[in-house]
Design a protein around this ligand. Structure first.
Ligand code: GAR
Length: 201
């Protein structure tokens, strides 16, 4: 199963995925390309160091559809079957989503549907929730909205700051994304309405 990863920044979830694939934790998969919309994304160097091809596709003044079409064509050219968003900070167009139905996956640092959008950890912290976490979900055209694959909770402690909480969530993101990808690559699931149901065998 060929995987393409889209990033915009640091790329720690991307490296967690690449490392898991390269050390055999996710078997039957290969990361064939890392694409960034930002030429200065720190993750690009990390991908190169791991021997992964990188491509920068800035949006510039184009429409979302034009930008997405170029990304889709780069993914298609490499026969990508699963697209992982890993800190890719753009909403995908309907055209992009329809090319990879239920094959685009995202990670978000809150327990969706709570706190979609930017700075989810800070939103949760300032709201005063006692439990937050992270969500791996399929991507549709709406922001942080598609069917939920896996979630993991993280407790908010009295002594936490927004930064400490973000770090605790990020640590969980790295293992949750791998767990979700293992399941998706093994294709032992079905989607019933909004529910992703896993089969044991
Ligand atoms: C991660 O916390 C990820 O969940 C979040 O951006 C960060 C990227 O970090 N994504 C979103 O908020 C998407 N709505 P990384 O570049 O180190 O993986």
């Amino acid at each position: 199963m060929k995987i393409g990863i889209l990033i915009s920044g640091r790329g720690s979830n991307m490296t967690a995925i690449v490392d898991a694939v390269q050390n055999g934790k996710i078997s039957g998969a290969e990361v064939v390309v890392v694409i960034s919309d930002k030429s200065n994304a720190q993750g690009l160097e990390k991908a190169k160091m791991r021997g992964i091809e990188t491509v920068v596709i800035p949006k510039n003044k184009r429409s979302r559809e034009e930008h997405d079409a170029e990304i889709v064509s780069e993914l298609k050219r490499r026969n990508v079957e699963i697209v992982c968003l890993a800190g890719y900070m753009r909403l995908l167009s309907g055209d992009f989503v329809s090319v990879f139905p239920n094959k685009i996956i995202n990670i978000h640092p809150s327990l969706l549907p709570s706190f979609p959008g930017l700075d989810a950890q800070k939103q949760a912290f300032e709201y005063g929730v006692k439990i937050t976490g992270c969500t791996v979900h399929f991507v549709d055209e709406d922001l942080d909205h598609g069917a939920i694959i896996l979630q993991r909770s993280v407790e908010v402690l009295n002594e936490d700051t927004a930064e400490i909480l973000s770090a605790k969530i990020l640590e969980q993101e790295h293992t949750l994304y791998i767990e979700a990808l293992q399941k998706i690559v093994m294709q032992k699931y079905e989607i019933v309405g909004r529910r992703v149901i896993f089969r044991e065998n």
